[in-house]
Design a protein around this ligand. Structure first.
Ligand SMILES: C[S@@+](CC[C@H](N)C(=O)[O-])C[C@H]1O[C@@H](n2cnc3c(N)ncnc32)[C@H](O)[C@@H]1O
Length: 609
């Protein structure tokens, strides 16, 4: 009886998943590691965490409707927000992006009603900042930010989610292109489908064909591991609800798998219409998340000061800081990656900023106690090991095809593991965890390409203690606040703790480099309290001369006070009562509609006592 019920329920589920309206839509479910989910439910409560989880995927829940907008930071050293608004209006008119509100998306009054509704739920963001922000979004398609001090930011409103007719006819499913998760996340932010992001393609796709674009997202496998099976199964349940739009192929299927770059699919019918302004107004604008811009303001850099940006690439906050300093003083921007340092240099040059000096440096070794610091840097070029290694690691792209009813040239139920074993054919019976991780990475990012940008980067051996007025540590983190996010299962409780350890070691360096009387700003783009409030607790308990400082502007909500006891006995301490309002927590499920983000600002007292 139990077995019959189970089979019936499975058949019903499959039947539902085969229903084109259930399958050809965008309604992703974010998967978490079960223990991580348990921990976040303890931190946020089940309802709040469920809203956060939904918001991270950009999908809709009954109260929350993504207002989806692009936030543009204007380079005020080059132009004004009025001039930028005028140019953007022209670009939008020419590109047809002004088709922002269609029948199936909500109108302005609904948006405001939704924002009001959302205000009633308990996501407490700063009231003053929230009202100014709401005012900004009500002004029309392009508007200036009304938060005092942030008037140079321009918001361009997008629209969605739109319902797309993919042209499904009984037994004649649409041609399909399957993209990697990272590619899909970029497409949801307004990008096109580029060749490296394509994982598979229906048979007989020619240039100019209309294709449905779906995403291969990791699903829980029978063995307890995550797997991205692109199966031959006619039900294709693994991509149900994971259709992100429709586009026109810019090359044939054969072409897509022959070339290594270029646009594969021109996305002309998207779930979300979000202008990306790629390559537009170069040097005049920079697309940046609102919380990142607030981070630069929280640091409050002054003209003539010496500022360290410890994990700076690609340079979004570095350039925001340099502009706030009117390009007077010095912003030292370091990153451990050669190519990423080149990206900072490129961005600084585009924006015409002279006060930025870039170095390749491991921030864990940023303090130099000998006379080797600063000026004693060594030069390396694109000939160094990093580039050579990167180029050598390039691997051939997979050649796959998929059709909604028949899949040619693709193994049935092919999982990550089977791909690994492909390399050595049947000889290989053992699949290492490293191999699985490598393939998981590949599934996430797509086959992709590694690039060496070329150019010269200066290696630094570190900086003298107390040599900076202010330090920004925008730490590498679990990035569990980034939106849109289609999978979160790769982080375990252990990996989250390891992020915390790494961040504390970096923070120890920041504390040594800043002078007495200076400022440290710590930020992450994760919702994990272990990397946010727990870092603040560590900082305040370890360095008695540090204190939390108020931030301006304050748009985010309060931090989490309390502690979390884990089943293995580990205890994580968060903020103490009274400290919550001194940090800014950007909740991805709040009406602010930002990524999940955290900012703490520390005043550095006298180190001598
Ligand atoms: C969150 S991103 C920084 C984003 C950047 N602040 C911005 O706003 O554009 C973190 C950066 O830290 C860098 N990173 C990671 N570990 C590092 C280390 N040990 N030393 C220096 N940089 C590191 C990564 O390469 C990455 O570029």
């Amino acid at each position: 009886m139990k077995k019959a019920l189970k089979t019936l329920s499975r058949n019903l589920t499959l039947h539902n998943l085969m229903d084109p309206s259930v399958r050809y839509c965008y309604n992703p479910v974010l998967h978490w590691n079960p223990l991580v989910e348990e921990y976040f439910i303890k931190a946020y409560g089940p309802h709040h965490f469920s809203r956060i989880s939904k918001a991270l995927t950009y999908s809709t829940c009954f109260l929350l409707r993504p207002s989806c907008y692009s936030c543009i930071r204007v380079n005020t050293l080059r132009t004004t927000s009025d001039a930028v608004i005028e140019k953007l209006q022209g670009i939008i008119l020419n590109s047809g992006l002004n088709k922002t509100e269609s029948n199936d998306s909500l109108n302005e009054s609904n948006i405001n009603r939704n924002l009001d509704d959302c205000n009633k739920v308990e996501v407490g963001q700063s009231e003053h900042g929230m009202n100014a922000y709401k005012g900004s979004l009500q002004n029309g398609t392009i508007s200036k930010c009304q938060v005092p001090g942030l008037e140079y930011l321009v918001f361009v409103k997008g629209s969605g989610p739109h319902t797309i007719d993919y042209g499904y006819a009984s037994e004649r499913p649409p041609k399909e292109v399957i993209v990697s998760r990272k590619c899909a996340e970029a497409v949801l932010r307004g990008a096109q489908v580029f060749v490296p992001g394509v994982m598979a393609c229906s048979a007989h796709v020619e240039k100019g064909d209309l294709v449905a674009v779906s995403v291969a997202v990791e699903q829980p496998g029978l063995d307890g591991e995550w797997a991205t099976g692109i199966t031959r199964d006619p039900h294709y349940f693994e991509r149900s609800g994971l259709y992100i739009g429709q586009g026109t192929t810019m090359m044939s299927r054969a072409g897509i798998f022959r070339v290594s770059e270029g646009i594969a699919v021109d996305m002309n019918n998207r779930i979300f219409n979000l202008p990306s302004f790629r390559d537009e107004l170069e040097g005049e604008i920079f697309l940046q998340n609102l919380p990142s811009i607030v981070t630069a303001h929280a640091l409050d850099p002054q003209r003539g000061e010496r500022i360290l940006d410890m994990c700076a690439a690609p340079g979004g906050k570095t350039t925001a800081i340099a502009i706030l300093m009117r390009d007077e003083g010095e912003v030292v921007a370091v990153d451990r990656s050669h190519n990423k340092v080149l990206n900072i240099q490129k961005l600084a040059a585009e924006m015409g900023l002279k006060c930025i000096n870039t170095y390749k440096l491991d921030a864990l070794k940023a303090v130099c106690r000998t006379n080797e610091s600063n000026g004693m840097s060594t030069l390396c070029s694109d000939k160094d090991n990093i580039c050579t290694n990167i180029q050598n690691s390039d691997s051939p792209r997979l050649h796959q095809e998929v059709s909604s009813t028949t899949v040619e040239g693709l193994n049935a139920d092919m999982t990550c593991k089977e791909r690994v074993s492909n390399e050595k054919g049947n000889e290989r019976t053992y699949i290492s965890k490293a191999d699985i991780r490598k393939n998981m990475r590949r599934m996430r990012n797509g086959p992709g390409r590694n690039q060496c940008l070329g150019g010269r980067v200066e290696n630094s051996k570190g900086f003298s203690p107390n040599s900076f007025d202010r330090v920004l540590l925008d730490a590498p983190c679990s990035a569990l606040g980034l939106r849109p996010r289609l999978f979160a299962g790769e982080e375990t409780v252990n990996s989250l703790r390891n992020h915390g350890k790494y961040q504390r070691r970096m923070f120890d360096q920041a504390v040594q480099l800043v002078r007495s009387g200076g400022v440290i700003v710590y930020s992450t783009c994760t919702i994990n309290p272990g990397e946010n409030e727990a870092l603040v607790r560590y900082a305040l308990d370890t360095y008695k001369y540090l204190s939390l400082a108020p931030q301006n502007p304050r748009i985010g909500g309060p931090g989490l006070a309390g502690r979390c006891e884990f089943p293995d006995g580990y205890v994580e301490e968060w903020l103490k009562p009274g400290e919550e309002e001194l940090v800014q927590r950007f909740d991805p499920s709040s009406p602010l509609d930002t990524i999940g983000f955290f900012i703490a600002k520390f005043s550095v007292g006298s180190k001598d006592i």
